[in-house]
Design a protein. Sequence first.
Length: 95
Amino acid sequence: MNVSHIPGPWAPYPQATADHYVLLKDHNWFAAIHFNGEMMEAKQMANLRVMAAAPELMDALIAIVKITDGSQPIDYPGALMVARSAIAKATGATQ
C-alpha cells in the first residue's frame, strides 16, 4: 500500500495560548489546530489525541489488512500489539 502522509510518530504540542496546538514530527510542526471554544476542552483534547495517533492507526489497519488478505505472514500478536498501542495513544489510555 502506498501512503503519502507524513510518517509518525506525531506529537501534539501546546502553543502560547491554551486554544492553539501544533502537531510535530521531529520537532517540526506541520499542522496547526485552533480550538474554537464550541466544545468542552476534554472533547477537544480527545480529538487532538486521535489526530496525533493517525499514523499509528493507519499502520495498524495496514498490518491487519495484510494479514487478512494473505499478503503477509500471519502475526496476529504483532498486529494486535500495534493496534493496541495506536488505540492507547488515540484515547490517552495506558497500556
